[in-house]
Every structure is written in C-alpha cells, then in structure tokens.
Ligand binder design. Structure first.
Ligand SMILES: NC(=O)c1ccc[n+]([C@@H]2O[C@H](COP(=O)([O-])OP(=O)(O)OC[C@H]3O[C@@H](n4cnc5c(N)ncnc54)[C@H](OP(=O)(O)O)[C@@H]3O)[C@@H](O)[C@H]2O)c1
Length: 362
C-alpha cells in the first residue's frame, strides 16, 4: 500500500494520529558540530509539514536547546495540528546532578524548560529519554501522570530503557489508573536489530508504538561511506574522537560511536545492491525496511539538508520483494540469544485448541 505523510497511524494504545515518518530535529542547530543552521532547519520543517507530516521529535538538550527553540519558532503557526514530542532526563546543567535524571524534580523542571523553549502551553508526547537505574518507577509514573492532569503534557512515553522495566511500568500504570506509556523510542535499523529480542515484542504486547530512531544508523546505511572511512582521516587528533568532521558530516561521530565498521559497511553493501535493483537510493531502501517492519509505527528520520529529507521521504513508496527482504534480513541477522533460541526448538508440543480437542478424545 502506498503511504504518504498523511497516512496517519495510531500512536500505541491511544487515539492520537501520527504520520508514518516522524521528523527528527537533532539536526536543528550546529552546536554539536554537525547539523543545519536556522534557515536550513526552517526549510526542513516547512518541507515536512507541507507534505502533511505532523509528528516532530526533539529533546530538552538537543543542540544545547537550539533544537527546541527553533522548533518552537517554526511551529508557532501550526501548533494545534502538530504532535510535538520532547524528552527529559539528560543533564541540562553540567555539574548539577538534579538537572538530569528520571526523578520528579528533574521531570518538573525539564518540562517547564521545554515549554519555554518550545514556546507552547503543552507538550503532546513526553518521553523519558534515558533510564537512570535509580528512580523508583512509581515516582516517574506518578510525576508524569501529575503533569498530564495539569495539562502540561498529553501523553507519556519512554526511550532507551530495559524491556522488563518498561513492561513493569506499564503494568503498574494500568493497575493504578495512571497515564499509560503510549510509545517506545529505540534505535532500530538494519545495523542495530537487538530490539527484536525483547523490546519490540514487549511493546506490541503492552500497547506501545515502536518509534525507531537513527533509521540510517547515523548515515551509514545511506551507502555514502567506504572502507577508506574506517580509518580516522585527521591523523594524530584522532578522527574517532567525535570531533566535527571537516566535510560537515557525522563521519567522525559515527567512527567514535562504533557505527562505522567492516560488518556495517557489508550490510550497507547489500542495501546498495537492492537499491540498484529497484532504481531507488540506499537510504530509501534502508528506511523502507524499518518502516515496513511489523510493530513499527513511525521511524524518526534525520536529515541535515532539504535534499536529504526530500530523498528520504521517498521511502514511503518503496516496496521490497520477499526475496529482497530475505537478503536484507540475512545480511543483517543477529542471534536472538537465550531464551529465544532455546524456545525456537521443539521442546514442547505446541498445540492449537483444535489439536487439543482431538487429543482429548483419544
Ligand atoms: N531517543 C534517542 O535517544 C535518540 C537518539 C538518536 C536520535 N533520536 C532522534 O532520531 C532522529 C534521527 O536520528 P539520526 O539523526 O541518528 O537518524 P539517521 O537517519 O540514522 O541519520 C541521519 C543522518 O544521516 C545523514 N543522512 C540522512 N539522510 C541522508 C541521505 N539521504 N544521504 C546521505 N546521508 C544522509 C545525515 O548526516 P550527515 O549528512 O551529517 O552525514 C543525517 O544527519 C534525531 O533527530 C532525533 O530526533 C533519538
């Protein structure tokens, strides 16, 4: 089926309609050494909204606050029709331990700061950004629910957390009548598929939309990197230090994060082969793979230039054949690990209700 940005999908077990591709805004602002200046960011926003896109992703600390500020400025005339998602927990002031974390003080202060930066009265979706291994889940859920009751946030969601904690939180929220989590944002792409072990099945079972981030693995799946890029280009200073790349791309950050490896370039090679067969770009093929995976609601796409965004939106009408999907799955396969590998074996006789009736009669 052909998709467009206004082929809206429901966000988890809620009635909220969102576009099948969300616009990521970590590229709004250049404070991180890559990204788009204000005028270029405006073009990215306008292009996405003109095509019917309504789901925009940011975070309190992206590009040191520039991302939220620019988004707030651009969204002013469209506020009601947009679903703005932001996040809390990352440290807002270095050295001040309570300016980050999942706890209530951090939550309330961060939401107030985001409301100011976004220049809005409410946040549509608030994610817990990064699990802090400290705050009791009741404190998080109760704080989020209080903010929902105050009308400052409409829906609550979570990112970067263990599956068992999210599952437990959802159960507690259900039992206590607190606002349920409606979405799970995780890295999920042809290079990072470990979410298939527990996170994605958990989200589907517990009513959370799966919102994959970094669907191009920071650009590696666009096919623009080669083996020469595996070696730091800037000699002694170390290209893998995360320092900005001379060409303005994320190459050095990808090296520093370990996303540029021989294995990952081999996955990108298969993506390029499939793209050549379809007459599409590798980025479109990689995005289409994530977009069409069962359980996925809306990948968050990243783009630094309008040309990249325009090209990436073309993923909406890319169809992969069963053979192409199988080759992409094979090239990027991971072991599911225990207990999934063990459970896949024939250790118990699985019976359907029909089988059971026949056996009982014997
Ligand atoms: N929840 C979280 O913890 C979390 C973490 C990360 C991201 N996110 C969200 O997800 C969004 C997207 O993440 P991401 O930026 O990592 O996504 P991505 O799609 O994996 O990478 C985007 C980058 O790839 C390059 N690129 C994009 N399209 C291209 C094309 N057609 N051809 C060549 N290069 C292309 C650009 O970098 P260069 O041109 O500079 O190389 C661009 O900045 C973010 O904006 C943010 O909203 C959330």
């Amino acid at each position: 089926m052909s998709l467009t940005l206004d082929s809206y999908r429901l966000l988890g077990r809620s009635g909220l309609r969102v576009s099948p591709l969300a616009l990521g805004t970590a590229t709004f602002g250049t404070e991180w050494g890559w990204g788009a200046e204000r005028d270029e960011a405006r073009k990215l926003f306008d292009l996405y909204v003109e095509r019917g896109g309504n789901f925009i992703d940011t975070a309190n600390t992206y590009t040191e606050g520039s991302s939220e500020r620019l988004l707030g400025e651009f969204a002013r005339d469209h506020r009601e029709s947009l679903v703005l998602a932001t996040k809390y927990t990352t440290l807002r002031r270095p050295g001040d331990p309570n300016s980050g974390g999942s706890h209530r003080k951090s939550l309330f202060a961060s939401v107030e700061a985001s409301l100011r930066q976004l220049d809005t009265d409410y946040i549509d979706v608030l994610y817990l950004h990064v699990w802090d291994f400290t705050t009791p889940v009741e404190e998080i859920l109760r704080g989020m629910d209080d903010l929902v009751r105050q009308g400052k946030i409409l829906y609550v969601a979570i990112s970067n957390a263990p599956a068992w904690q999210v599952s437990r939180m959802q159960t507690i929220a259900d039992l206590r009548g607190w606002s349920p989590l409606v979405a799970l944002q995780i890295e999920y792409n042809l290079i990072e598929r470990t979410g298939e072990r527990d996170l994605i099945p958990m989200a589907r079972e517990m009513g959370l939309a799966v919102i994959p981030y970094s669907p191009l693995a920071g650009g590696v799946l666009s096919g623009k990197y080669g083996r020469a890029d595996l070696t730091p280009a800037d000699g002694a200073s170390g290209g893998a230090s995360g320092a900005p790349s001379e060409d303005g791309t994320r190459r050095n950050f990808n090296l520093a994060l370990g996303t540029l490896t021989e294995r990952n370039l081999a996955v990108a090679d298969t993506v390029k082969e499939v793209a050549a067969e379809l007459g599409r770009t590798p980025a479109q093929v990689a995005l289409a793979w994530t977009l069409r995976k069962p359980g996925v609601t809306a990948p968050v796409i990243g783009a630094r230039t309008p040309a990249q965004l325009e090209g990436n939106l073309g993923a909406l009408d890319v169809y992969l054949t069963a053979d192409q999907l199988a080759r992409l799955d094979e090239a990027s396969s991971i072991g599911l690990g225990f207990p999934h590998d063990m459970l896949a074996g024939d250790h118990i006789r699985r019976v359907t209700k029909g089988d059971l009736r026949i056996e009982t009669r014997r």
